[in-house]
Ligand binder design. Structure first.
Ligand SMILES: N[C@@H](CCC(=O)N[C@@H](CS)C(=O)NCC(=O)O)C(=O)O
Length: 217
């Protein structure tokens, strides 16, 4: 048994990615439980009836069930990279990403589920946000100040998804600063760590220490 916090996570979920990035950067250790969204374990639903990931269950039973709150918890625990310096997780950039941009991202990525729009229209609608990012990133290469901070971390998994829908198209776009910024995140050692593949968690198991037991994949 362990009294480490428990993190319910799904590897490819961008909300879970931002939480795992902050946890990995913070030096906190958690027990990661990799779940399948189509077959959520009852333990997750019992801890958080809305049953989205990520969910962090602290050793005192407190449940942190929003990705930004998991980031905040992690970075308050430890912030050696200074990601909270000059950054606030209630930034309008993040709310714009999670609301407007994500709306069009889903419709672009899963265009077949939304026959009322063309994929190109959805991409075009999402691009307004990308253009604003590009303008911001052209100033210093980051979302604020001269270094990476928590706002960059919260955003990049969603931009990665957007870029990944049609990589050839993305590479031809004029968003050079955003392309570079995204590549820096995706090529980082921290990102490789948080994208390690964990086996699906089964009831009765404790989970796997994250990030220290990250498999080498
Ligand atoms: N506002 C939540 C959103 C999390 C979320 O929507 N996660 C998705 C996966 S990427 C999820 O768990 N969806 C539930 C489902 O598919 O049943 C957060 O920031 O943590």
């Amino acid at each position: 048994m362990t009294d480490l916090p428990i993190l319910y996570s799904f590897r490819r979920c961008p909300y879970a990615m931002r939480a795992r990035m902050a946890l990995a950067a913070s030096g906190a250790e958690v027990m990661l439980r990799e779940v399948l969204l189509q077959d959520k374990p009852p333990e997750l639903v019992a801890a958080s009836p809305k049953a989205t990931v990520p969910v962090l269950v602290l050793s005192d039973g407190q449940v942190v069930e929003e990705s930004l709150d998991v980031m905040q918890w992690a970075l308050e625990h430890g912030d050696p990279l200074g990601w909270l310096e000059g950054a606030a997780l209630d930034s309008e950039w993040i709310s714009e990403c999670d609301e407007g941009f994500k709306h069009w991202l889903d419709r672009y990525k899963y265009a077949e589920r939304y026959p009322e729009h063309t994929a190109e229209d959805c991409r075009h609608n999402a691009e307004g946000f990308i253009q604003r990012l590009e303008d911001q990133l052209s100033v210093s290469g980051w979302m604020g100040g001269g270094a990476a901070n928590a706002v960059d971390v919260a955003l990049f998994p969603f931009i990665r998804q957007f870029a990944g829908v049609d990589v050839a198209w993305w590479q031809e776009t004029p968003y050079a600063f955003t392309q570079q910024w995204l590549a820096r995140w995706v090529d980082s050692a921290l990102f490789s760590t948080i994208m390690a593949k964990y086996p699906r968690w089964e009831s009765g198991q404790t989970g796997q220490r994250f990030p220290s037991e990250a498999p080498n994949t």
